[in-house]
Structures are given as structure tokens and as C-alpha cells.
Design a binder for this molecule. Structure first.
Ligand SMILES: Cc1cc2nc3c(=O)[nH]c(=O)nc-3n(C[C@H](O)[C@H](O)[C@H](O)COP(=O)(O)OP(=O)(O)OC[C@H]3O[C@@H](n4cnc5c(N)ncnc54)[C@H](O)[C@@H]3O)c2cc1C
Length: 445
């Protein structure tokens, strides 16, 4: 018989209270964290069985779900009830707890905000083995608003209630081409004010930018398939209109990890066949990348060829008015393409998330870019990432912490709100069993 949520919680809290005073970290099978961490001798908390959808309430527009449930499972269950989570990060193995603490985003974020803005309640396991229920209207509201961007340093979300939205069978896509950044971002803002369901975009070159508008529809003349031979991001340049089933729309970026599958040769037609339909997904690519990182294959090859590479894997949010400036900087400095564009703005203008502060009155543009910059010249560590960080600060933006960061402690704490974090840490992890946010996200401890 499978254990209930309460039974699993009981077991987990007991294991956390068991003798041994050292640090704690999550033990689960998948991760979308892109910074290699130093292996530390810390207790691994086995949370793998917290992966069930407990209840989908279509009328109330809410789902109750365990914290380590991957979106693949959550979406499948929601679709059976004719709804989807209001914001679904693009990769199937991202879990709802990870996305709620890691500031997940997708093409519905112009309406609902970042993933944490769709959360209505969190049950958090604290480092001392107790659990607390956090809501905007209860005595744990400080942790509710401080949880996003805390990356497991204040506690772990074991159960969440989050918004769901009704779906139709298909999504009609319109790809709109632009050649000039000013007009591109102005059009993006216009679409965000209209009654459509999804807005995102891709930049392929200085003069080649697309917006993709998604609208639910019950009927479609056809439904394209980008889960095997055809590749979604390539279709954006090739056609002005398209139809996908809603499920395929939600996962359109997973099959080719946006476009990053090219680094694993999966876009070569022959190699693609070898992968096979079932293995073309972010879970496969993440596994390969981790093995590569562990074995150091690319590092060894680069050394042999005299190449220096810096991985630049970042998602940053820039206020709309400064987006053209960021794009110009990007073309001059980072340069690799394509580049993903996704608008987001506050769902509830009165909510303040203390560790990820964005202006609730503004529309922001998320720029997502994930690759390495290679060259013959040996540059200081973080040469390009540092420039991105400085530019984001200059333009009044925010940077996610799921990947490498190089901030000094002073810069970091100015951005991510030291007083609020310290107050939460003192209250919820006074013995420091969980890492400190700077140590975890910048020093990779
Ligand atoms: C290449 C790449 C592209 C990405 N693109 C997107 C994107 O387009 N959209 C998007 O939304 N996100 C994107 N992400 C970021 C991703 O959403 C975050 O990294 C998210 O935190 C990953 O969730 P996970 O469940 O895989 O958590 P993990 O990778 O396992 O953990 C991430 C961090 O969250 C903490 N954590 C995990 N679960 C919990 C929990 N239940 N409670 C508290 N803390 C927890 C962990 O301790 C860890 O510090 C991308 C990441 C990568 C690497």
C-alpha cells in the first residue's frame, strides 16, 4: 500500500531529527540546477516519494500537490481535469517545489507572473524537522513571501497549493517577425495587453526577432508534431501560423531543450534517429551533461585544442524600457544565438517577494541564454558572466540564481535583500543546518 502524505512526512521529519547535527541537502533523482557543487559530507534527505498530485479542484482553480512532483506528472494529471498549472516551466523534470523557490517562468507569465506568484499555500519542512504551513494571510506569511529565491536554504516545500487555469484542446500559434528591437519590444508590450493566452519570443539575429502568440482553440485544421523529426524552434522562422495540441505546446521546448540539444548532436537527423523519440528530452540531455561534467570530457578536449570556454547559462529579467539596451549589449558581448524572450509582470500588485524584488507596476522581459563562449585567450573566471551581472544591475533587472554567479557579497546582498534574509534565517534555521544563500549560489558550497 502506498503511504499517505502524512505518513511520508512523519518518516521524513523523524529522519531529519535523528542524531547527527551536520548539514542537510536534498536527495532526489533529477535536478535542473546548472552549477556544479562541491561535494560536501551532508545528510541527504530522501524526498523522492513526495511526487504525487493530491487533488485537482477545477472549480476552485487550484491543485494540491507534493513538492517534488515533476511538472511532467503534474501537467498530465491537470490536463485530465481540463486545466493546466497557470505557469509551467519548460522542462519536464523541473519540480513544482524547485520552480517555486527558483523563480520559474513561461509564456503565460505575462498574465500570472513567475511560478511562485501562482502559489497559494506552502507546507515547508524546516531544518529542525518541524513543518509549517505558510500562506499570505497567516502567521507564517514572512516565510511565504521569503521562500521564492531561497533555493532550499530556509526549508523545503513538501506540499503546495497552486493556481490552475482551464485549457482547450489546441493552441494556435502566430509567429510575428520583427527586424528592429524598438518595434519588437513595443509589439511585445502591446500583445501583453491583449486577451491572448501565451506570449514568448526568440531572437535569431540582430535583425531577426520573433514574437510567438498562443491562443487556445477547440478546433484546429491540423496539429504539428515537434517531438521527433521536426524541430520546434526551427519552425518559428519557417511559418507564420501553426497549431499544436495543448500538451505539445506546453512541452514544445523540452524535446530539444530549447535549441541546446544541438550541443549533444541531437539535431543531426542520423543521430536523432539513434536517440529515438523517447530519449529526445531534457532528462536525457541533463544526464549526459552531468556525466560529461563528472568525467571532464569537454574540459580535456578543450585543453588539448588550446580552447578556453566559459559557460554562460543565465535567465535575467530586464524592465521593458531597458530591454533594447540589454539586447544591444547581448549582441556585442555574449553573442551566441538564439536567445529566448519571455515577458512577465506581477500577478498581484500588492504582493512583495522579499528575496526577489521586482517592481509590481512594470512589465519585465526575461532573456534566457544557455551555452558556452569559447576562445583562444585565457580570461579571468566569470569574465562574461560578470559583465552580464553588471549590466543587469545597471538596467534595474534581476538575475536568477540557478546557475553560476560571481557577485561580491556586498553586491549580492544589496540585490537579494540581506536584512530580510537574515531575519528569516534567524527565525527558521537558527542553527544554520541549511546553507546560506550566498555560500550556496555563489561559492557553490
Ligand atoms: C538550461 C536551463 C534552462 C532553464 N530554463 C528555465 C526556464 O525556461 N523556465 C524556468 O522556469 N526555469 C528554467 N530553469 C530553472 C529552473 O526552473 C530552476 O533551476 C528550478 O529551481 C529547477 O527546479 P528543480 O525542481 O529541477 O530543482 P533542483 O534543480 O533539484 O533544485 C534547484 C534548487 O532548488 C532547491 N529546491 C528544489 N526543490 C525544492 C523544494 N521542494 N523546496 C525548496 N527548495 C527546493 C534545491 O535545494 C536547489 O537549490 C532553467 C534551468 C536550466 C539549467
Amino acid at each position: 500500500m502506498t503511504a499517505t502524505y502524512e505518513e511520508k512526512k512523519q518518516r521524513l521529519t523523524e529522519s531529519l531529527r535523528a542524531p547527527g547535527d551536520g548539514g542537510v541537502r536534498l536527495g532526489k533523482d533529477t535536478s535542473n540546477l546548472f552549477r556544479d557543487r562541491r561535494e560536501a559530507r551532508t545528510k541527504r534527505l530522501d524526498v523522492r516519494e513526495f511526487n504525487n498530485v493530491l487533488r485537482v479542484d477545477r472549480e476552485a482553480g487550484l491543485v494540491e500537490v507534493e513538492g517534488m512532483t515533476p511538472y511532467a506528472k503534474l501537467v498530465a494529471e491537470c490536463l485530465r481535469h481540463g486545466v493546466m498549472p497557470a505557469v509551467v516551466p519548460q522542462l519536464k523534470s523541473i519540480t513544482i517545489g524547485g520552480a517555486a523557490t527558483g523563480c520559474g517562468i513561461e509564456s503565460s507569465s505575462f498574465k500570472y507572473g513567475l511560478v511562485h506568484e501562482t502559489v497559494r499555500e506552502l507546507e515547508v519542512l524546516l531544518a529542525d524537522g518541524t513543518t509549517v504551513v505558510c500562506r499570505p494571510d497567516n502567521e507564517r506569511r514572512d516565510l511565504f513571501y521569503g521562500f521564492p529565491n531561497s533555493y532550499g536554504t530556509l526549508g523545503y516545500a513538501l506540499k503546495l497549493k497552486a493556481l490552475v487555469a482551464p485549457v482547450k484542446k489546441f493552441v494556435r500559434l502566430t509567429h510575428i517577425r520583427h527586424t528592429e528591437p524598438g518595434a519588437y519590444f513595443a509589439d511585445l508590450a502591446r500583445w501583453c495587453g491583449r486577451d491572448v493566452n501565451f506570449v514568448d519570443g526568440v531572437v535569431f539575429g540582430r535583425g531577426e526577432m520573433y514574437l510567438t502568440i498562443g491562443e487556445f482553440t477547440d478546433h484546429a485544421p491540423y496539429a504539428s508534431d515537434y517531438t521527433y523529426e521536426n524541430i520546434y524552434y526551427k519552425s518559428i522562422r519557417a511559418r507564420a501560423e501553426d497549431y499544436l495540441t495543448t500538451e505539445d505546446y506546453i512541452w514544445r521546448w523540452d524535446t530539444d531543450w530549447f535549441w541546446c540539444s544541438k550541443n549533444l548532436l541531437a539535431q543531426n537527423p542520423l543521430v536523432r534517429r539513434l536517440y529515438g523519440r523517447k530519449r529526445l528530452n531534457s532528462v536525457t540531455y541533463t544526464k549526459i551533461m552531468r556525466l560529461n561534467s563528472r568525467w571532464g570530457l569537454t574540459r580535456a578536449l578543450n585543453r588539448l585544442l588550446g580552447i578556453h570556454a566559459e559557460s554562460v547559462i543565465q535567465d535575467v529579467e530586464i524592465p521593458l524600457a531597458r530591454a533594447p539596451e540589454f539586447l544591444a549589449f547581448y549582441h556585442d558581448v555574449v553573442r551566441f544565438l538564439p536567445l529566448w524572450i519571455c515577458p512577465t509582470r506581477a500577478y498581484d500588485k500588492n504582493a512583495r517577494f522579499d528575496l526577489y524584488r521586482m517592481d509590481p507596476e512594470r512589465l519585465y522581459v526575461n532573456f534566457g541564454f544557455w551555452d558556452a563562449i569559447r576562445g583562444r585567450q585565457k580570461l579571468p573566471p566569470g569574465h562574461y558572466n560578470r559583465q552580464v551581472e553588471r549590466k543587469v544591475i545597471e538596467l534595474g533587472g534581476m538575475k536568477s540564481l540557478y546557475s553560476d554567479s560571481y557577485y561580491t557579497p556586498e553586491e549580492f546582498w544589496r540585490i537579494y535583500n540581506r536584512p530580510a534574509y537574515e531575519a528569516l534565517k534567524r527565525k527558521y534555521d537558527p542553527r544554520g543546518r541549511l546553507r546560506d544563500l550566498y555560500a550556496k549560489c555563489v561559492l557553490r558550497e
